[in-house]
Design a protein around this ligand. Sequence first.
Ligand code: SOE
Length: 402
Amino acid sequence: MRETEHEAGTGKRPLGVGMVGYAFMGAAHSQGWRTVGRVFDLPLRPVLSAVCGRDGSAVRAAADRLGWAAAETDWRALVARDDVDIIDICTPGDSHAEIAIAALDAGKHVLCEKPLANTVEEAEAMADAAERARARGQVAMVGFNYRRVPALALARQMVDEGRLGTLRHVRLTYLQDWLVDPAFPLTWRLRKDRAGSGALGDLGAHIVDLAQYLVGEPVAGVSALTETFVRERPLPDGASSGLTAEGGAATGQVTVDDAAVFTGRFPSGALASFEATRFAAGRKNALKVELNGSEGSLAFDLERLNELSFHDHTEPATSSGFRRILVTEPGHPYLEAWWPPGHGLGYEHTFVHQARDLLHAIATGEQPEPSFAAGLSVQRVLAAVEESAAKNSVYTPIASTP
Ligand code: SOE
């Protein structure tokens, strides 16, 4: 994107963003792009150049609502635009590979929503394209936004600093309840051809990525069970997004899992347990992490996202115990740029931090994390979970990402 007269001399190079998809994730990413330059001091300034969707009038309305300068109805036209430097992919998984590879091959940087793809083969092709693009100075990142919760970034720092000693157990659950009602319609999120898998790829992908991020190693193998509790649902009647729709009289088959429960091993010897479901009545967006090491433990709950619980096991047993760290201080990850000490953040801020990390990577030339290789590594775990579950929980080793 060319520097305009207005920006010349400010030291902020404008970088055009083109986003594909404008439903829930598109709205969350738009919020991130709109806010990041006002909060973080970066050498680059994102410009919301154009948003893309197939329905012309709906995408134009979304552009107005979400703050995009233009609307496109063909993602290829978006990729071809001169005022677009970053392609942000917020579509269902069945289109990730095609759009991301085309965008990278066209010289654009790419941010892609999670899970990276619907299959390992697609994820491999995407990681290859990202590697080729890297040699040309482009970056590619997966939208595992929970890495950008300050408390979880702090947890990672504490693991790196050795505050937990040798990790023994990691325990992650991600529970929601929006499918409990059997009348909830069969939206794209319940179709394998669109979404790749169900709770596994949608929620399990987040906790697998977090586990690998926090432990610093890829999962080496898994034993899994998956289940589809409601196998037939009403087809959506009229317009639907993944999470909201009205059901009609006709019904169809659910082709994804409703829940996945699995255990895993890390090469270091740490054991992991995971549970992902959209059937946990009363649990709205309940992502919990617990790490137990030889020197201490950490616990996190997304429903209390400004807090991290820490138990220092090197303290005397008579006075030690879990204590609450309020992750709201300027010395904590991302927080210096926000409000005065003690003022917490929320879900939406993770998308601002995600945009910040991508722009920082572009400005410095460093490859951002999670890279497409990290996304591929998660994809391999998801595939191993499905393979293990198909064999009634047989332990399934995972070839590590080179
Ligand atoms: C729905 O389950 C969903 O919107 C996921 O798709 C997101 O990745 C998660 O962050 C919130 O829940």
